[in-house]
Design a protein around this ligand. Structure first.
Ligand SMILES: Cc1cc2nc3c(=O)[nH]c(=O)nc-3n(C[C@H](O)[C@H](O)[C@H](O)COP(=O)(O)OP(=O)(O)OC[C@H]3O[C@@H](n4cnc5c(N)ncnc54)[C@H](O)[C@@H]3O)c2cc1C
Length: 306
């Protein structure tokens, strides 16, 4: 039996699942095997089997920072099933399953009179993917708005390595930097965030801040278009206001190839208007070449191009 055939015998696996169904940019061909475990036992069983058969493995969260290839993925895509979208509170700590979506957690934390998670209100990623890439945005500290990220409230997580062994990591076991972490090949199945207890009055103020943050996003990002969020990291170059601003300054806003377009609202968003993965990838490469030719700056991708 081939590696793929033995994996497809699992009751929670299926063949040739189109990745366009599982990415927010809505492009991408099929993955050879799609595996969606719904319990720690299923996940462990799959990982141990896969370690034996040796199929290439990629972990897909909410697919909100991924651009798959037009011909899909010749391997196994692991996606934590809906039963991993759980949460519970332990005093001022919020424990969330790896498939839980961030904006839902912001709202649950606020209802629980806990603050600091406001930054996540508009990020359509899962807990696992967001921790892995240290997602971040503007948040609220009770007085004003400030930058925050997944690392800021991180208390610990439960993960599996590719051999199916469970590991528990504390705050000091994981390193974080701008949009990256040291989690590497680990698969995050649960994370705990230590949040700030609020009075009822403070909770109302934080709720207002969430509304403001969402409104600001609606006015400055193409939130309802098919996209993969910011495509490029902000270059750490003196005087550069960010990748989006740079693209706008060079007159590349609204540039398009096929059905892929640089958003007219935000230069760092590439939106899909009925195009293909090939369109999206060609446009990203075109923008990078233009930026390099005109400024010498090499844009680094934040979104993962498979
Ligand atoms: C409209 C829009 C707005 C956005 N705004 C922001 C923003 O303000 N700030 C920001 O930082 N990002 C933003 N993003 C990008 C994206 O939502 C984040 O990067 C998010 O954290 C990605 O999480 P995901 O679950 O979708 O991961 P995916 O896109 O599925 O995967 C991203 C990476 O994480 C890995 N991964 C996924 N799940 C796991 C897991 N369980 N364990 C280990 N690794 C895993 C994948 O292998 C991949 O390398 C935005 C995206 C959109 C579409």
């Amino acid at each position: 039996m081939s590696a793929f055939q033995s994996l497809l015998a699992l009751p929670f696996a299926r063949a040739n699942e189109p990745l366009s169904r599982h990415t927010t940019i809505k492009v991408g061909g099929p993955t050879r095997v799609w595996v969606e475990p719904n319990s720690f036992d299923e996940l462990e069983y799959f990982l141990r089997l896969n370690a034996q058969v040796g199929a290439p493995l990629y972990v897909l969260g909410a697919g909100s920072n991924i651009v798959p290839a037009a011909d899909g993925y010749e391997g196994v895509m692991l996606h934590l099933g809906p039963r991993f979208a759980y949460h519970r509170f332990e005093e001022n700590r919020m424990v969330a399953g790896g498939a839980m979506i961030l904006p839902k957690l912001t709202s649950l934390a606020n209802k629980q009179n806990l603050g600091n998670f406001e930054w996540a209100c508009g990020i359509p990623g899962s807990v696992g993917g967001s921790l892995w890439g240290n997602a971040g945005a503007r948040g609220f500290n009770g007085e004003g708005f400030e930058s925050r990220d997944s690392a800021a409230d991180f208390y610990g997580c439960v993960a599996y390595n590719r051999k199916g062994e469970r590991v528990e990591l504390g705050r000091s076991d994981v390193e974080f930097a701008y949009r990256k972490s040291s989690l590497g090949e680990l698969i995050v199945v649960e994370a705990t965030f230590a949040l700030k207890p609020l009075t009822d009055e403070q909770t109302l103020r934080h709720k207002g801040a969430i509304r403001d943050l969402l409104e600001k996003r609606r006015n400055s990002q193409p939130v309802s278009a098919a996209s993969a969020g910011c495509i490029w990291k902000n270059p750490s170059v003196e005087g550069c206001a960010g990748a989006g601003a740079l693209i706008e300054q060079l007159g590349l806003k609204s540039a398009s190839i096929g059905g892929a377009q640089i958003s007219a609202i935000h230069g760092n968003f590439l939106v899909n208007q009925g195009g293909t993965a090939a369109d999206v990838r060609a446009l990203a490469s075109h923008i990078e070449a233009q930026v390099k030719a005109q400024t010498g700056i090499e844009l680094e991708r934040e979104a993962r191009f498979l």
